[in-house]
Design a binder for this molecule. Sequence first.
Ligand code: SME
Length: 165
Amino acid sequence: MKAVGKFGEVMVAEKGKVSYDELGVRLDKIIHSGSQLKPILDFVCRELRRIPHYSWVGIYMVDESDLVLRSWSGPSATRHTRIPIGQGICGAAIEARETILVPDVDRDPRYLQCFLNTKSEIVVPIMKAGAAIGELDIDSDRVDAFSATDREFLESVAGELATLF
Ligand code: SME
């Protein structure tokens, strides 16, 4: 991962400390491990959720005109397992082919509600040859939870994930 070694932020999590850099190294290893796709995606979601303000983490992939939930980690399942590309923040990020950061979901009319406690959301497309083929979707139960560091970190994770497809 290009970004490894440049984030330098350490957060206090439930089970010890978590840093973007260490997490990036672990994610890189598993993504390039040659394991099967589904266990890799599950690992990535689980590991990303170690970041304290990441309440729910999902990976959606494009399937014709829909986004299909391929993996997730969080306290509960979402009913949005298939989202038409024209809908939600998720659909908007695919259409825009760029990251969408919503600091306050209550103020964004595009937002499709999954969880009552979600306050902010970031959706980062997985790009392959100029096309958005999927995305990382992260919800937080804090308003304005995601920083420029989160965005840069997640864009670099999405770049690594793209190599799997
Ligand atoms: N909130 C998303 C829908 C997916 S859930 O957050 C898991 C959206 O607005 O597209």
